[in-house]
Design a protein around this ligand. Structure first.
Ligand SMILES: C[S@@+](CC[C@H](N)C(=O)[O-])C[C@H]1O[C@@H](n2cnc3c(N)ncnc32)[C@H](O)[C@@H]1O
Length: 215
């Protein structure tokens, strides 16, 4: 197992030895050094807030320099933001501090292939522009009854090659357990940026076991 760590300060998280040479960390740190962040939230954040969420924290997987995590924190949620890029997490942590949100954004440096996601813990689990089928399954299991799963993955072109990082459109919804209702599953973008976007709700608990609040 690669281990996980949380940011100690403005320079970002300490990097556990098991992650130091991880190819995903090296690749994404390099990419994030090349361009400044814009911290724009993903549209799934607006969709999730409009759909209504139960009380509870938010988990964002493969968050990068996430405007979504910041937006959910600004909306009053406690957010756990997980990524393998310490560079991205350091930038996210600094932006959270600039906006006084550091108490609500918990950055976790981890390899998602080894990150233990707690079951039935989160009002919203979000991942955008990321695909790993096993992580998707754990993410779905992490949603509280009545909570939402928001996911966007690159989509293969009709008749195009599948590749490890692309899903067939409809694959996300079809993979969910029967306890979920798909609220929306749409294709966005085109060509290389074509993506399949899902918002789904886990069946609420029986009456008397918690309610749903807006925002
Ligand atoms: C295409 S970016 C998407 C970032 C962000 N979710 C967005 O929509 O802009 C993919 C993200 O996955 C992260 N990632 C890649 N492999 C990972 C792994 N094994 N464990 C955790 N995060 C990983 C990268 O560091 C990067 O931030």
């Amino acid at each position: 197992m690669s281990g996980a760590s949380e940011p100690a300060g403005p320079r970002g998280p300490d990097v556990p030895s098991g992650l130091r040479d991880h190819p995903d960390r090296c690749r994404w740190n390099e990419r994030y050094r090349e361009a400044d962040p814009d911290f724009v939230p993903h549209p799934l954040v607006t969709d999730a807030l409009a759909a209504g969420l139960p009380t509870g924290p938010v988990l964002e997987l493969a968050c990068g320099r996430s405007g979504s995590a910041l937006a959910m924190a600004a909306a009053g949620r406690t957010v756990t933001a997980v990524d393998i890029s310490d560079h991205a997490l350091a930038q996210l942590g600094r932006q959270a501090r600039r906006h006084g949100l550091e108490g609500r954004v918990r950055c976790v440096l981890a390899d998602l292939a080894a990150y233990p996601v707690a079951a039935e813990r989160y009002a919203l689990v979000l991942a955008t522009r990321y695909w790993d089928p096993e992580v998707f399954d754990s993410a779905a299991a992490a949603v509280l009854p009545g909570g939402l799963l928001g996911w966007e993955a690159l989509a293969q072109a009709p008749g195009g090659e599948r590749g490890p990082y692309r899903v067939a459109h409809g694959e996300l919804g079809a993979r969910l357990p029967a306890t979920f209702t798909v609220l929306a599953e749409e294709v966005h973008g085109s060509e290389r940026h074509r993506a399949s976007r899902l918002l789904a709700r886990r069946r609420p608990a029986a009456p008397g076991h918690g309610g749903t609040e807006r925002g």
